[in-house]
Design a protein around this ligand. Sequence first.
Ligand code: SF4
Length: 158
Amino acid sequence: MLRLRPDGGVRLSEVAKGLASSSATASDAVSALVKKGLVSREQAADDRRAIAIRLTSQGQKQAEQAASWPDFLLSAVEELSQEEQTVFFRALTKMIRKLQEQGKISPSRMCVTCQYFRAHVYDDPDRPHHCDLVNAPFGDRDLRLDCLEHQERISAQT
Ligand code: SF4
């Protein structure tokens, strides 16, 4: 979350929501990262009373590493055909969504929970879905797990 919001920073309440934890727990986690020099707490540019949490340059480097898939997983996925990768990714997306619905992991900004997402509106098997935001079709391979433009909607599609 912090990696994707380098400019404005993130408020503590958003961090707590992202971690699916209380503000106190999120505050402890942020304090630990501040002590390690990975995160800074500064006055928010748009609200003098608010605190914005940002990655330091060292934190940014570590976040980039953490966000990339471990090499052994990537090489295993590369062994799959393109079709198998698509099926795997779609199944992974469904599993994440189910775990989110069950409250076992925190919500993320996935296409399948976005108000701009239209599932299976085209006959083209490679690009059956539509994103209203960019007004373009796309396929399962391009379903996003963490989109900055995501807008939550009340009921999700598959
Ligand atoms: S705005 Fe992002 S999350 Fe929403 S449908 Fe388009 S690509 Fe997916």
